[in-house]
Design a protein around this ligand. Structure first.
Ligand SMILES: [Zn+2]
Length: 155
């Protein structure tokens, strides 16, 4: 008699669920300790989380990595341990797609840069491409529409 194969629903999603639980605990504890004023202990937990993930070859989600400083392992909370500002180095700051979010760590001064105008830029490209197919130009109208839907990643 042949053995039944186990279904996929019973197999665990990750090979080491205890490591994911530990990393989740370290991440949440680091944020909590920063909020309670223990910045150095918070940094220690982030460093431990990085070490555990590196040994187990687990990648953090980019949204989690962006809350940590690469250089000093500080937890980055705007207004508490870092500052956010929008920078646009295009000529005169006229190109909305060139917006860059600059995150500066207050402890070590490390800068992180994330393009935030790219999604809007791609949308504008698609709209102008469609407009060319239809036969009219929307170059002046695209900028107003970008600001309305700039943060929406689904578009
Ligand atoms: Zn730092």
């Amino acid at each position: 008699m042949a053995r039944k194969k186990s279904t996929n629903s019973t197999t665990p999603r990750h090979p080491h669920p205890h490591l994911f639980a530990r990393l989740n605990y370290l991440h949440q504890s680091a944020h909590l300790l920063l909020a309670s004023g223990s910045a150095n202990l918070s940094r220690n937990l982030v460093s431990t989380a990085r070490t555990v993930a590196k040994r187990a070859v687990i990648r953090f989600d980019p949204s989690i990595k962006r809350t940590w400083c690469k250089r000093c392992d500080a937890v980055l909370v705007p207004g508490v341990s870092c500052e956010h500002r929008i920078e646009n180095l295009s000529r005169g700051g006229k190109k909305a797609w060139a917006d860059v979010l600059v995150v500066r760590c207050w402890r070590c001064g490390c800068l992180k840069r994330f393009p935030v105008g790219r999604v809007a830029h791609e949308k504008e490209r698609n709209e102008s491409g469609k407009a060319r197919e239809r036969g009219y130009d929307v170059t002046g109208e695209g900028k107003e529409k970008e600001e309305d839907t700039g943060g929406d990643p689904t578009r």
